[in-house]
Write a protein that binds this ligand. Sequence first.
Ligand code: FES
Ligand SMILES: [Fe+2]
Length: 351
Amino acid sequence: MYPFQGEKSFVANRWYVAAVSDEITRTPIERTLLDLPVLLYRAEDGSPVAMYGLCPHRYFPLVKGQLVGDAIQCGYHGFTFDKSGKCVFIPTQNSGSGYTQRTFPVVEKAPFVWIWMGDAELADESLIVDYAAIGLSQPGWTHPRPIHLHLKGRYQLLIDNLMDLTHVAFIHKQIGGSEAFANAKVIYEEADGCFKATRPLAMPWTSYHDFLYGPEARFEGMSQTESRTVFFGPEYITTSGPVTVSIEGYDTVPEGLGRLFFHHVITPETEHSTHYFGTTSREFRLDDPALDEMLREADLDVRTQDVEAIDAIEARLEKAAARERELLVRSDTAAVKVRGIIQAMLDREAA
Ligand code: FES
Ligand SMILES: [Fe+2]
């Protein structure tokens, strides 16, 4: 399936974000993840539970049932499954028939709940993206409550979008996406198990600096900045704001000009749709709820522009790709590299 060889496009053996922590409560929800209906709820001790979402009896959605302590009772004929999936009650029978419903390993690392839907034997928690490397839930950092968007497009379209930021100058004009940004030379490297694309850019103080740092952090003259995209895997990409590396005439970068990371958290829903979670972590103006809200709003605007573009492509993609090959150019270097990394993961799983 475009852009991969073969029918399968999900890498199964990865940790994916199932939900933002506060989306999972004592009221069960059903969410399609990697093409499977998954029931999500919290046990009485607060720990998240992820269970295959259809009752094995008549395939009734378990989300329409009710919690009995830590167990879920089907709303159709009352079959009851404990949080490990074991069927513990069937009306008219004394036993649970020895049946066990599939459950999935889950790990909560705020602000996200992670799920492993591949081979459960391989579910090693240390494979979850390293929060320390991305300033997420770390001392000295903060982030607004994450957002959850829905794409009517396959997940790779979002990865292509993030790996080629020349689109910023065209789709996101409101955040100062300039042609200088689009034309900046990009440096590619593979390091720490990640693929990185970095754009060095010279820029003066802008209205975006005002928005982020406040006028009191203003500098004069030109600064050297870096905007970096890091691909940790098909489920996690970060992009960074224009991080100030140095300022002409200043010995050091003033403390107020801290780093900012945009988090792009990607979970395939079906072969043609995607859950897109995100937040923005920062190491400046930590106790500033107004900035939290402004960042969240701006983030929502920007990401919605990407979602609309991707939805429009997906609606036309199958016919277009069957008619002619896509035109790949220099700015696709990172996207093509990353497609290759994912294809290799798919090939390894197929073998
Ligand atoms: S469908 Fe669930 S108990 Fe019958
Ligand atoms: Fe974008």
